[in-house]
Design a protein around this ligand. Structure first.
Ligand SMILES: O=P(O)(O)OC[C@H]1O[C@H](O)[C@H](O)[C@@H](O)[C@@H]1O
Length: 557
């Protein structure tokens, strides 16, 4: 892997610094002086129609950003990613989530392995198994079909599948899916409370199969299942019957099939993936099994095809029209030159209500780093804080701060032309009403409202300042014909590649997560103290000791 280029040492950075120095955001003026602006800065990527024109962008800035991409070698490193070079330096791994959606006819051999053949072998195994569940051919231990699958996983083994399941609810033709992630025992308790154990199947999803939360939840689920089945007399207390029940009610998804077996799940009931798939990039791997059960093979194939279409766009489209590249570079422009700290993602699609949560792991676990991939300190700010909620709910919660606060918050607005449920309220098409908000918000953020406009509405003079909107709040509008499986796939791949672009500019390894590993170790170290071990408690700082004391005094056991 090449030494990361210090972006601040490039000619493009110097140009951007100069451009920023002379840059007074004036979106109103920019549109007034250039009738072609909207058309010139709107690009199509697969089914996504992306309008960048309400950003702090002009031809010079665009040219300098594209030059920056070249100077930090995004084209070369993008190719290195797609061809399986070990660009995840600190873990010495290839980064090949794009291979998970390659059509069968493609060829890709990495580290001596035919990756495409491996991917499709697993996909075929999942499709065949999912079809058994969906058709009712697969029976639980008492002979009944499965009506609910419960995915047990956390982080990348949860956020992707739950987000896609929610996004594609209108495409659900199979069993329900639920998702247990938190080690808070209330999560598991609530999710299984109304389930019939005879018709429930658990999918234990964990890349490493060592994650404390997931293994604990899996054991709790196993105890619940066996306990309930014994209670009703469906099975006796013998090991043999417990084994038979687990074989029919538990499957696993992991890269560590040996650990799956040690847990007591038959490896024949496990779907594998590979260590070249990062957890937060794993939704298109076997980690999506719960979704495949719910929406079926054809819809999943459309989802993968959508991701692949975006992969191709990113790999092959010229820089000036390359949407993930431009969006990633714009994020760098805002983060490093305008000192924006956060980035809102605001889907005008209720089905995308978990999209921001999903993006938080994708972007922040990837790019929240302060050393570069060669171990040297970063030379710029990194890692935007991603957040968001669906519109219009967000409008009634936090948009006030975006419109009139003191912080610059670039925002991505997402909407589709056709809703899954076309509904009228009297004569009014409710989706049109919904979209009117989408259109109105980006316009208001860009162009604001002057004091004269406020006065013209008859506002009392002393209230005028409070009702003025400065405007010049940058937004990107992303539209698509409908929230199909392909479009959901494209949205995910779009943000994966945006994340990659930012990571390369900053010189960081966007595919490791050492910061999270520490938390895992610390919780294990402190557990004995929480269980009452005085010596272990004394190892803790005074604040932590006092908090543990409070807990020990208050707990009712
Ligand atoms: O899938 P698992 O191995 O159980 O890991 C689940 C999660 O664990 C940690 O939080 C990692 O930082 C995440 O990237 C990962 O998605």
């Amino acid at each position: 892997m090449q030494t990361p280029v210090d972006p601040t040492s490039t000619a493009a950075w110097a140009e951007l610094t100069k451009l920023h120095g002379g840059f007074t955001p004036d979106l109103k003026g920019a549109f007034a002086s250039d009738p072609e602006r909207a058309a010139r800065f709107t690009f199509d990527a697969a089914d996504l129609h992306v309008d960048l024109s309400k950003n702090f962008l002009d031809d010079e800035v665009l040219a300098a950003l594209v030059k920056l991409a070249d100077e930090v070698n995004i084209p070369g490193l993008r190719e290195a990613m797609f061809t399986g070079e070990h660009i995840n330096v600190t873990e010495d791994r290839a980064v090949l989530h794009t291979a998970l959606r390659l059509p069968m006819a493609e060829e890709l051999t990495v580290d001596g392995q035919d990756v495409v053949a491996d991917v499709h072998e697993v996909l075929d195994k999942i499709y065949a198994w999912a079809e058994q569940i969906r058709s009712g051919e697969w029976k639980g231990v008492t002979g009944k079909p499965i009506t609910t699958v419960v995915n047990i996983g956390i982080g990348g083994s949860d956020l992707g599948p739950v987000m896609v399941y929610e996004a594609l609810k209108p495409y659900k033709t199979g069993p329900d899916a639920r998702f247990i992630s938190n080690i808070d025992p209330n999560d598991c308790a609530e999710k299984v409370a109304d389930l019939d154990p005879e018709q429930t199947l658990f999918i234990v999803a964990s890349k490493t199969f060592t994650t404390l939360e997931t293994l604990t939840n899996a054991r709790m689920a196993r105890d619940w299942l066996l306990g309930k089945l014994q209670e009703s007399g469906a099975i006796d207390g013998s090991d043999e019957q417990a084994k038979a029940a687990i074989a029919k009610h538990f499957v696993a998804v992991s890269t560590a099939l040996d650990k799956v077996e040690a847990f007591g799940i038959d490896p024949n009931n496990a779907f594998g993936f590979w260590n070249w798939v990062g957890g937060r990039y794993s939704v298109s791997s076997a980690v999506g099994t719960a979704v495949i059960v719910a929406i079926g093979k054809e819809n999943w194939q459309d989802f993968l095809a959508g991701m692949h279409a975006m992969d191709l766009h990113f790999r092959e489209t010229e820089a000036e029209r390359n949407v993930p590249l431009l969006m990633g570079l714009l994020n760098v422009w805002y983060t490093n030159f305008f000192k924006a700290e956060s980035h809102a993602v605001l889907p005008y699609a209720q089905y995308l209500h978990r999209f921001a949560a999903y993006l938080q792991q994708l972007t922040m676990e990837s790019n929240g780093k302060s050393v570069r991939w060669d171990g040297t300190p970063v030379t710029t700010g990194t890692g935007e804080i991603f957040w968001g909620e669906p519109g219009t709910n967000g409008q009634h919660a936090f948009y006030q701060l975006i419109h009139q606060g003191t912080k610059l918050i670039p925002a991505d607005f997402i909407a589709v032309a056709n809703p899954a449920h076309a509904t009228k309220d009297g004569e009014v098409d409710v989706h049109e009403l919904f979209l009117s908000n989408f259109f109105a918000q980006t316009a208001a953020l860009a162009f604001g409202k002057t004091a004269d406009e406020v006065r013209a509405e008859g506002t009392a003079e002393h209230i005028v300042p409070a009702r003025v909107f400065a405007g010049n709040k940058p937004t990107t509008s992303i539209m698509a014909p409908a929230l199909t499986p392909a479009v959901v796939g494209q949205l995910i791949a779009l943000y994966e590649h945006i994340t990659f672009v930012q990571g390369i500019v900053w010189g960081i390894d966007s595919f490791d997560q050492w910061g999270v590993e520490l938390g895992k170790q610390l919780a294990m170290k402190i557990a004995p103290a929480v269980q009452g071990d005085e010596e272990a408690k004394k190892q803790q700082d005074a604040s932590t000791q006092a908090l543990i004391d409070y807990y020990l005094a208050k707990r009712e056991k």
